[in-house]
Ligand binder design. Sequence first.
Ligand code: ADP
Ligand code: GLC
Length: 481
Amino acid sequence: MISPECTPWAQTGGLADAVVALARSIAQQGHDVRVFLPLYDGILEKIPLKAHEAPLTVHLGMGQSYARLWECEEEASLRFYFIEYQRYFQGRAIYADAYGDYSDNPERFVFFTRAVLDACYQLPWIPHIFHAHDWTTGLLPVYLETVERDRILGHSASVLTIHNLQHHGYAPKNILDFAGIPWHVFRSDAVEAYDQVHMLKAGLYFAQKLTTVSPRYAQEIQTPDYGHGLDSLLRFRAADLIGICNGIDTISWNPQQDSFLNHPFDALHLKGKHRLKQELYAQWGWESAIHSPCFAVVSRFCEQKGLDLLANIIQELIQHMALQIVILGQGDGPLESQFRDLAQQFPQRCHAIIGFDTPLSHRFLAASDFIIMPSRFEPCGLTQLYAMHYGSLPIVRETGGLADTVENYDEQSGNGTGFVFRDISAGALYDTIGWACSTYYDRPQHFSRMQQRAMHLDLSWDRSSRRYLDVYRWAREAKGY
Ligand code: ADP
Ligand code: GLC
C-alpha cells in the first residue's frame, strides 16, 4: 500500500482510516502487507520506529538523492515503512499549511512514489501488487509500465483506489524530467491535461484495475455531474472499475472498549450512551435539555460536505425545533467563523469546536442521537458508519456511499438506519432534520428499533477486503500472471 495518509500517523480524513484497516484485514487473511508513507513531522514522537542504517538511494530523473527508511512492525505480516526526506517532509504537514496547499506538492509526492520503488529494491521486497491511493500516488502505475517495465518490479501489477475524484494533482509538465518518466506518456489519452501532468488521470490510465470506495460512487463518477472532467476516461475503463464499500476498524471503533469514552455501551446496554450524553450536556450547562435529541457534525469543512446548507438553517432549526447541535470540524475559514458565531449566539443550543480532535470525535458520535452529513458527493463516508455503529442515526443526502450504506426510514414498518434526502438544498435538509426530530419524539419505538438495526449491522472490513483480494487477482491476470 502506498498512501499519503495512514492512521494513527497522519490523517486529514477517512483515507487514513481506510488504508490502515484494509491493510490489517488483508494481513489477517494471511498475506504479507507493507504500507509506505512519508515521514512527516511528529511521526517519530508517536510510536518508536526503527531506522534502516543504509541510506535509501532514490533514482530520480535528474540524478540520485538520499533518503532514509524507517520501519515499524505491527506483526510479521504487517509492516509500516516511512520515507524520511528533510526537504519535502520535515517541518511540513501532509498537504497544506495556514497559507494553503504547498506549491511543491506534486514534487513531494512524486519523490515519495519513486522512493517507495527504490525502497522495495533495497529491502528487497517485490510485491505482487502495488496498491496506490488517490492522486498523490498516481505516478506509481506509470513507473511500473514505463521505467520499471523491463526490471523486476515490472512484474508487479497495480491497483489504484479513488477515494476522492475531486483532487486531481496537476503538475507542471517538467515533473516528468524530475520523475525520470519518458515523455512518450505525455499524451492527452495518457497523463497530459491542459498541457500539464494530471497525476490522478495518469494513474487511472495506467493501473491494471481501478477501485473506488462504494458501488454508487463507481456509477456516479462515470457521469458528467460527478466525473470532475474524468467521466469519459472512467467510462472507457468501466470494465476495470470496481466499487467496494469501506468497512470500519472494529477494534479502534468499538463502543464496548473505546478508551476515549468514560462509559462503555452496546446495543443491549445503552445506559452508557445515555451517560455520555449527560456528561456532554453537563459540560455546557445543558442539563435541562437532556431529553432533547443531540444532532452532531464531525467533518472536514469543505464544499463536498454540504455543511454550508446546515449553517444557513441552524438559526431556524433552533427557533422551531427542540434539539441541540454539536459541531466538530475544521477547514474552510468562512464556515469555521459561521459555526463559531452561531455557537456564540445560541450557547444553550449549539456548541462548535473548531479543530481536529480524534478523542472528541468518538465522544460526539457516541453521545449523539443523530449525525448530519448533507454531502454534495461522498465517495463512501466513514463517519456515518462509525455513527451507526455507535447508535447515532445518520441524516444523509442520497449520494455515493451514503446512499449505499444508510437505509432510509420506512414509517410503515419502522425499519431503516437513518434519514435520507435527495435535493442539494437547505430546505430538504431542514425537512429531513425535522422528520428525524419528530420520529425521536413521537415514535420512540421506531427510533429505538432503528438504533438497534444500525448497531447490529456488520460493518467490518472482512467482506470488503475479500473483494479487494479478488481485484488483486484480476490485476495480476491482466498483467499476464
Ligand atoms: P472524508 O475522508 O471525506 O473526510 P470520511 O467520513 O470518510 O470523510 O472520514 C472522515 C474521518 O475523519 C472520520 O474518521 C472522522 O471521524 C474524521 N474526522 C473528520 N473531521 C474530524 C475532526 N475535526 N476531528 C476528528 N476527526 C475528524
Ligand atoms: C475520501 C472520501 C470519503 C471516503 C474516504 C475513505 O476522503 O471523501 O467519502 O470515505 O476517502 O475512502
